[in-house]
Design a protein around this ligand. Sequence first.
Ligand code: NAD
Length: 497
Amino acid sequence: MRVVEHFVAGASAGGGSRRSDVFDPNSGQVQAQVLLGGQAELQAAVDAAKAAQPAWAATNPQRRARIMFNFKALVEAHMDELAHLLSSEHGKVIADSKGDIQRGLEVVEFACGIPHVLKGEYTQGAGPGIDVFSMRQPIGIGAGITPFNFPAMIPLWMGAVAVACGNAFILKPSERDPSVPVRLTELMKEAGAPDGIFQCVHGDKEMVDAILDHPDIGAVSFVGSSDIAQYVYSRGVAAGKRVQAMGGAKNHGIIMPDADLDQAVNDLIGAAYGSAGERCMALPVVVPVGEDTAERLRAKLLPAIEALRVGVSTDKDAHYGPVVTAAHKAKVESYIQKGVDEGAELVVDGRGFKLQGYEDGFFVGPTLFDRVTTDMTTYKEEIFGPVLQIVRARDFDEAVALPSKHQYGNGVAIFTRNGHAAREFAQRVQVGMVGINVPIPVPVAYHSFGGWKRSAFGDHNQHGMEGIRFWTKVKTVTQRWPDGGSGDSAFIIPTMG
Ligand code: NAD
């Protein structure tokens, strides 16, 4: 049985008395075991990080950027290998795995411009003979704790920016698909990152708690489900750390009566069912405005769902593959039953889906509910599977209110030809990322990613300038050089007046 090890101080490392199974969701079989570490394994990584980080921070930013350029080239050269590895543990189709890696690489491209974004601010003559400048310095040692659903992109959201800023970064990836994070760590070493600068330790709650309590880790970036995000945020902040913690989502797609329905349905199908719905920016809720829009939408959705092909992740024609584990499949299917029990209309039932030759795979067929209402648990909670729910709204105001009042506020989209309605919607809706005729409005790497409400705890978003702010602290210098005159002692607070 293959064992997925930690990567500490530039080499694979054992450690940890417990292990967790890593499945191939296509076959349902265990394909590897990942080590579950704790305090001792973390301490080894922190020791290596401490030894390496001061020299790394003192390395000029152009040289740090060159390592990012090398890393980008290496990941591109290994794209096929990484995508197959990713699909074999996550279950998403190969093309989607390449997208996962590519979106991470775009953050690496942003990090290649680190000399420019770290330039700081300067005021000449802030007072007589006085200049003021500010600089951004790395935190020191930072950690990233990541979810299973984007095992390449999310580690790179955090790690590329953290390392380019001059930090040492310790990644704690999901134990469900840990192999790609380890390969990325190895490639970062091959690109020239000194040992101890980009490391990977595995584990579950025990390792996460060790990270949150470690006095030498100054910043923790987390992405995962909301209850854990809130826990990580609270415990990390209580230990005096800087923490950003992104949580779950329930993104709505509003369909106005004047929307281009063919385009909207096309977009919705991909956004609701792509990656088996296991995306924090999926669109699992569609809100048609008015009964006529709802009927027209439903009529167009049905054949589009019927045309979906569920297959193994290496099937080039498959639209999506299995969900990540048997436990997750059972959870999604129990939500479908709950939807029925709560009185929603189950229009297409994806339970009991079997793929010939892969009967033990974790597949769930596409599912559609209509007449879902806001009091239902299945509306309030995140299902994270290939389940689309139609919530009918009477008018525009109700459509704005639905995502605004929901506990999650990650992403939202509106489909309309009316610029005024779109503008109003973007202004008023209480959600962090808005798409206008764009179903999955994940911001490009040089902007920043982050939701509102229970979708994010902490105050800085991921990547872009928000990422730079998170991974650095500001130092401001006020300077005056002796000019020969001694002046009088000042006993009042200096002003520049
Ligand atoms: P998860 O919360 O189960 O796990 C995330 C991380 O937390 C993993 O590294 C895991 O090992 C660790 N963890 C799990 N249980 C823990 C515990 N009790 N104490 C401490 N740490 C623990 O999330 P997941 O199932 O891997 O990922 C799916 C979730 O992530 C969904 O809710 C999805 O919406 C969310 N997500 C959010 C974003 C975003 O940017 N907002 C992006 C991707 C995924």
